[in-house]
Ligand binder design. Structure first.
Ligand code: AMP
Ligand code: MG
Length: 517
């Protein structure tokens, strides 16, 4: 049910989940990037994607046939505090397209102008944040981590005023629009706002709608009589927890830090959503956060992600409870979330090292040593595991400390004592591999299939952004190519696989990002 108010002005919306809106025209749209893979999946021909019609539609200057755009209403906890009504302040859904697998996919423009949820802001997005979102959602997809996707990146030709570091120095920046694509853009915050406002009927409708549209297998089991309403809700919440866990583990495996895990940035179908001041670990540091707004609290740092995601699931459970009832089953599910994640994280780190789980004591010994190596001398998370796969424990001539040397940032502290420590660990590691009768060739293939050689390092995106602002798109193109095969080394992109250069260590946009976008 849509909000009957058709005028587009910032306001509180009660009793409705969405408002119809129209994109605001932009001056001189230019297609900066396209995801050919996603276009294909959506059944869009190359000709169509190169057409003027496509460009104008992706810029919001024209509507796709049958499209009736709308912006949705949600709320959320931001940095732990309830923030009230937020909503699609600069996003609008254009409608759905059924993809080649028969899955309906919603197309959404981000940055296409103000909506009733803009809270007085301009509804626009700048090129740097749009490029970052475009690249990262595609990178995440090819890494095999659930995510919203990005079809196109359009430069608007208009400028947008932003105070990037909130220090009273606003500047004109080029504007851009990303077309995001997902089966559903429903967030935890959609449910929360209904609950916070006591809109129980609307909440019930939203839950029913979500299960039918986004969890059809569960709905079918309900229709067949297998699940009564209470069991349906319990299974649904369990499924949300499970999908969220899979995505979280994907972030932890690849070294992704979302940066703003507010409840309004949590997708009900478990996809990674809203790429803002995100980052990828270079050196392994569980406390690292790319988000300057969070530099003090580190609420959303790499190592905090499991706890904060569980906290977000608690907020979702609180919102659903008045309709679904059954507190015990939800609480059990939330506890299970943490227990399972802890186990999966351990198993995953072992698997990244090519090991199967052993006894608790054996695993502890291996993992403690491994963590020590990762933290000491600032070891690159991505490169370390990639190089570790080159270690053949049956060859006497291979010294682990030498093999992983390239992954170390603090080479000055990489002294003999530390190399000795790594080699001591290598002896333990080799014994474990021997005990598991691990064949080097097979292990290497298994490890390389889960340890990417390419992640979208912050400094790379920043360079691509700086070049694009000068009208140079080569690096954007190269990154687009490289991110499509993140597990297979391609000599053409060797330069993109290396560790972060020293100049990028403290540079804005590389190691520090603000929420301004
Ligand atoms: P984000 O930090 O991007 O997750 O956004 C948080 C909230 O602020 C969401 O409701 C956004 O729609 C809204 N928002 C962010 N930037 C803008 C903008 N330029 N214009 C309107 N709304 C915005
Ligand atoms: Mg958001």
């Amino acid at each position: 049910m849509a909000d009957p108010e058709s005028r587009n002005y910032s306001r509180q919306v009660s009793g409705f989940m969405h408002s119809h809106v129209l994109p605001t025209r932009v001056g001189e749209p230019q297609l900066l990037a396209l995801s050919p893979d996603l276009a294909r999946q959506l059944g869009f021909s190359e000709d169509f994607c190169r057409s003027e019609e496509f460009l104008q539609c992706m810029a919001g200057n024209q509507l796709l046939t049958g499209s009736r755009p709308y912006a949705t209403r949600y709320g959320g906890h931001q940095f732990g505090q309830w923030a009230g009504q937020l909503g699609d302040g600069r996003a609008m859904n254009l409608g759905e397209v059924t993809d080649l697998d028969g899955q309906p996919q919603c197309l959404q423009l981000k940055g296409a102008g103000p909506t009733p949820y803009s809270r007085g802001a301009d509804g626009r997005a700048v090129l740097r944040s749009s490029m970052r979102e475009f690249l990262c959602s595609e990178a995440m997809h090819f890494l095999g981590v659930p995510t919203t996707r990005a079809l196109s990146l359009v430069g608007t030709g208009d400028s947008v005023l932003r105070d990037m570091f909130y220090d009273g120095n606003p500047e004109e920046e080029p504007g851009a629009i990303v077309c995001r694509v997902a089966p559903s853009f429903t967030r935890f915050g959609h449910f929360q706002l209904c609950a916070m406002r006591g809109e129980w009927e609307l909440l019930r409708e939203l839950i029913d709608f979500t299960i039918v549209a986004d969890f059809p297998e569960l709905h079918a089991r309900h229709l067949s009589g297998e699940l009564d309403r209470e069991a349906l809700h319990a299974c649904w919440f369990a499924e949300v927890c499970q999908r969220t866990r899979v995505t979280l583990l994907g972030w932890m495996r690849t070294g992704f830090v979302h940066g703003v895990l507010n409840t309004d940035n949590m997708s009900i179908i478990g996809q990674t959503i809203d790429y803002g001041p995100y980052g990828w670990l270079d050196n392994f540091d569980a406390q690292w956060t790319p988000n300057t707004t969070d530099a003090g609290m580190r609420r959303y740092s790499f190592g905090q992600q499991p706890a904060v995601v569980q906290w977000n699931l608690y907020q979702l459970a609180n919102a659903l409870l008045p309709v679904t009832g059954n507190r015990e089953s939800m609480e059990a599910e939330l506890t299970r979330f943490a227990t399972l994640h802890e186990r999966e994280w351990q198993e995953m780190i072992l698997a990244k090292a090519g090991l199967l789980p052993g006894t608790e004591q054996e695993d502890e010994a291996i993992l403690d040593g491994l963590m020590q190596i990762l933290v000491a001398q600032e070891t690159d998370y991505t490169l370390f595991f990639r190089r570790l796969a080159d270690f053949d424990h049956r060859r006497q001539d291979l010294v682990l400390a030498e093999i992983v040397r390239e992954a170390i940032y603090d080479q000055t502290a990489y002294d003999e004592a530390q190399q000795q420590r790594i080699n001591v660990w290598a002896t333990l590691y080799a014994a474990r591999l021997e005990q598991q009768d691990s064949d080097w060739g097979q292990r290497r293939a298994r490890m390389n299939a889960m340890n990417p050689c390419f992640v979208l390092r912050n400094y790379l995106t920043q360079q691509a952004v700086e070049q694009a602002a000068q009208g140079e798109l080569q690096l954007l193109r190269d990154l687009q190519q490289a991110l499509q095969r993140p597990y297979d080394e391609d000599p053409r992109f060797a330069l993109l696989y290396g560790r972060r250069p020293e100049w990028a260590r403290h540079k804005a946009g590389c190691s520090m990002l603000s929420c301004s976008s």
